[in-house]
Ligand binder design. Structure first.
Ligand SMILES: Nc1ncnc2c1ncn2[C@@H]1O[C@H](COP(=O)(O)OP(=O)(O)OP(=O)(O)O)[C@@H](O)[C@H]1O
Ligand SMILES: [Mg+2]
Length: 389
């Protein structure tokens, strides 16, 4: 299995730099490494001082860069679905929707890039896969969508499909819109399964997220919210990277003020994100571009620690042998967390984020007895019998 490392954080804080530096270090330590970007700007290639090809390209010994051509990938993966959308829009009297327009949907391109990643992970070629993600984990949250839809797809689709087959001529006439043809439903299902597989890979036992920030109040506030939501959606965060830390000493009053402010924020990061390790990277006197500069960034970032060791922290969601459900929700406040039960699903809201959790069979028929939020963990206990006891 490949060790999968994801980098996310607010826009511009140094995600691409941290990802490229980590990948450079992995390759230099003899690991077959793939670094992937989900953004369409070619910053990752620029940072590595390389040119990306359509397929993973070796940009320095052992380091392969994959800049996914989302347009091509879309043609390959969403062909059927696009045909459906096209027909649907045409019947509504709208212009054809083109592949280019589908990619305008927020997050679509990142999701496509992640779907492509599945094949790379399956190939078993890579010891380490580094992913430079979109800002503030937007895409990673999007991947939770199929989980919410899973129930419906699993239970309703087989019936729905039979029904559609019988009814579609009728519906077509009455509603004047298209009903998905069988092969289109198949494409929808494939996409759905693909998303679930990517999510499994990225939340699996060999994957972890590194949260990049700069020691500034606004950035910190957003990093906290990102950590809460990553945890809610089941991603394991295993480190914080504090980038662009001003070096102290010999400073003029302007820099001295920054040094002091950052020191305050850094202390807060250390304390409030504990037990996560906080790796700091100094504000360099030039942009770290190219393998040599990136290797120096990685050295400063990780020091003596092993950035490729398997993650040791518990996954955010656990169910104890006693049947207690424990979900880590760091930084979540009591007033912003609530819980609802719908059939065999548990719906957890934390601030503006929501996760629909399909309960395992053992808990699905038991009603919630008690839920407490304490020390960053939501603990849910269930009745011992069925919901009617
Ligand atoms: N420690 C550092 N010292 C000096 N410059 C840095 C440092 N880290 C990053 N930079 C520079 O800051 C700029 C932004 O960094 P980077 O592209 O890694 O951020 P990002 O979080 O990926 O941005 P985006 O959200 O746009 O993807 C780049 O020009 C990069 O070279
Ligand atoms: Mg970037």
């Amino acid at each position: 299995m490949s060790r999968v490392l994801l980098f996310t954080g607010k826009g511009g804080v140094g995600k691409t730099t941290a990802a490229a530096a980590t990948a450079t270090l992995a390759a230099r330590s003899g690991r077959k490494t793939l670094v992937v970007s989900t953004d369409t700007a070619h910053s990752l290639a620029d940072t590595l001082g390389a040119t990306a090809g359509a397929e993973p390209t070796e940009v320095s010994p052992g380091l392969h860069l994959h800049q996914v051509d989302t347009q091509k990938a879309l043609e390959r993966q969403w062909g059927d679905l696009r045909d459906y959308a096209r027909g649907f829009f045409a019947e509504l009297g709208l212009d054809e929707v083109t592949a280019e327009e589908i990619t305008v949907l927020p997050g679509a391109e990142e999701v496509i890039a992640l779907l492509e990643l599945r094949e790379q992970a399956r190939s078993g070629r890579w010891d380490v896969i580094v992913i430079d993600c979109a800002p503030t984990a937007e895409t990673l949250r999007l991947l939770a969508l199929p989980e919410a839809l899973d129930w419906h797809v699993n239970r309703l689709l087989p019936v729905g499909r039979r029904l559609l087959r019988t009814l579609s001529p009728l519906i077509r006439r009455v509603a004047q819109v298209s009903v998905p043809e069988d092969h289109v439903v198949g494409a929808g299902e494939r996409l759905h399964r693909g998303l679930l597989e990517v999510r499994e890979l990225l939340t699996g036992p060999d994957a972890s997220v590194r949260l990049v920030l700069t020691p500034e109040a606004v950035v910190l506030a957003e990093a906290r919210r990102t950590l809460t939501s990553l945890s809610l959606y089941g991603y394991r965060v295993d480190a914080v990277i504090a980038n662009r830390v001003f070096p102290a000493g010999g400073a003029d009053p302007w820099r001295q003020r920054w040094v002091e402010a950052q020191a305050g924020h850094l202390a807060e990061v250390e304390q409030s994100f504990a037990p996560l390790p906080v790796h700091t990277v100094p504000y360099l006197d030039a942009e770290p571009v190219g393998p040599a500069a990136l290797a120096r960034v990685a050295e400063a970032m990780y020091g003596a620690s092993d950035p490729f060791a398997p993650p040791t922290a518990d996954p955010p969601l656990r169910i104890t042998p006693e049947g207690e459900l424990i979900l880590a929700l760091p930084f979540a406040e009591k007033g912003e967390v609530d819980l609802a039960r719908k059939g065999d699903e548990l719906i957890v809201n934390a601030g503006s984020y929501r996760r629909v959790l399909a309960l395992p069979a053992a808990l699905a028929r038991r009603s919630v007895r008690e839920a407490v939020l304490r020390d960053g963990f939501l603990r849910v206990r269930f009745q011992s019998g069925g919901p009617d006891d």
